[in-house]
Write a protein that binds this ligand. Structure first.
Ligand SMILES: [Zn+2]
Length: 434
């Protein structure tokens, strides 16, 4: 007979979670205290209510003390944590937390070093030739005498979802990707997500994980929403992206293994590299390129786009949109160089904005929104996690033979990481241990 784990009330007052061990308790306290100094660093918290209440009521700790707390907690891991994967995950997370506390305390950490310590990986500047090559590919798919930026803008304008249709289309699309994710990676019991439109945010979409297998998925309508982007957004934020990732982690890590450190989600930490990489990789799991034109044609119809009235044109546009997607994603990667130009090289705002428009081929309003994210105090380091996180997970997935990947829809377990091949891979594998 196995004793049931001792439980405690979770935030929200409706659920119970296992009582954290001393390491998880001190980790959660540190995260919540950091969030008081830099609101937004905690992306979500669904752990013990008493820890949140204690932090809300205590006197604020100076950031330098929080940095020392992080270092002291990391020094305890070898003696207090038996499982190597848990120990490795906590070590790299705590390095990120300590770094952020030191920055809050006024330490001058060079930008590239900041990325290294926050995400446990080495940022790499892209060769501009990859953006030129992508632009040439787009040029071939959207031929015409006008400048490429104008052709892209005209193409996008024909695909904008009317604001009054956005919510109903999103609700439908989230259900589509949910069913597909259920068939491929499985869903925990009783998970749920709701979609909401919002404004005045530096991001396009955001999944707020609330615990109890619930999320709120916010979509920012500051910029026009293009129909093809909605599929990526739904896969990224909902299924099999952030919502499903956090729901499974709540079941597997928090409830089953009692790893309460997983009940707090931190921004600017190695977990983000995995979370964003997984969310971006999720698109092809629920909507492979081969079948995506069918989904897009249906999406155009439900969004009541004018092109939906002509089935032949609608199909042609859907197929070209799917062909354009990887080229445009490659251009999106120019954000990585823009962040390094702005923060590592100290280039002025206007110069980086011009570069995003000229080399990244962003429309001026989109370039301004992307640079707003890069310059945001909370998000200035974050832009790397998408492309590099996806590349990291793709390499990990490719190294696992298909037969060894989880196949059972329910109770699916993440496949074991492949054995490390070199130091770089080992460093990365540690970051992926949760
Ligand atoms: Zn994301």
């Amino acid at each position: 007979m196995t004793a049931l784990p001792e439980t405690t009330l979770a935030v929200g007052g409706e659920r119970r979670v296992p009582v954290p061990d001393p390491i998880a308790r001190d980790y959660v306290l540190l995260c919540l205290r950091l969030d008081q100094r830099a609101p937004g660093l905690v992306d979500g918290y669904y752990g013990p209510a008493d820890l949140k209440a204690a932090v809300d009521q205590e006197q604020l700790r100076p950031p330098g003390t929080l940095a020392d707390d992080a270092a002291a907690l990391r020094a305890r891991l070898d003696a207090e944590v038996d499982e190597p994967d848990r120990r490795g995950w906590l070590a790299v997370q705590l390095t990120a937390l300590e770094t952020q506390a030191r920055v809050l305390a006024g330490a001058d950490v060079p930008y590239v070093e900041l990325i290294r310590r926050c995400f446990d990986f080495e940022p790499v500047r892209r060769d501009e030739a990859v953006f030129e090559k992508a632009a040439t590919g787009i040029d071939e798919l959207l031929p015409g005498p006008e400048p490429l930026a104008d052709r892209l803008a005209a193409w996008d304008a024909g695909l904008v979802v009317p604001p009054e249709r956005a919510l109903v289309v999103l609700d439908w699309l989230v259900e589509v990707v949910r069913e597909r994710a259920a068939a491929s990676v499985g869903l925990p019991d009783d998970e749920r997500i709701r979609v909401r439109l919002t404004r005045n945010q530096p991001w396009t979409g955001y999944n707020w994980y609330e615990g109890g297998r619930r999320s709120r998925f916010d979509v920012n309508t500051d910029l026009p929403i293009r129909a093809p982007d909605l599929i990526h957004l739904a896969a990224h934020e909902a299924y099999p992206g952030h919502h499903l990732e956090h729901a499974w982690k709540e079941v597997e890590l928090v409830e089953r293994r009692g790893r309460l450190e997983a009940s707090v989600l931190m921004i600017n930490a190695p977990e983000c590299l995995l979370s964003e990489g997984l969310a971006d990789l999720g698109h092809e799991i629920v909507s492979p390129a081969a079948s995506e034109p069918d989904l897009l044609v249906e999406l155009f119809r439900r969004a009541e786009l004018p092109i939906a009235a002509d089935p032949v044109a609608s199909r042609d546009i859907a197929e070209r949109a799917v062909a354009l997607a990887p080229l445009r994603r490659r251009l999106q990667e120019s954000r990585v160089n823009a962040a390094l130009m702005r923060h590592a090289d100290g280039r002025p705002h206007d110069e980086v904005l011009r570069w995003l428009i000229e080399v990244g081929r962003f429309a001026p309003d989109v370039a301004a929104k992307r640079l707003e994210f890069i310059e945001h105090p909370l998000w200035r380091a974050y832009v790397f996690v998408y492309h590099d996180g996806e590349a990291l997970l793709r390499a990990w997935l490719d190294a696992v033979p298909p037969a060894d990947r989880p196949a059972a829809p329910r109770g699916a377990r993440p496949a074991a990481a492949p054995p490390p091949r070199d130091r770089r891979r080992r460093r990365r594998a540690r970051a992926g241990a949760r």
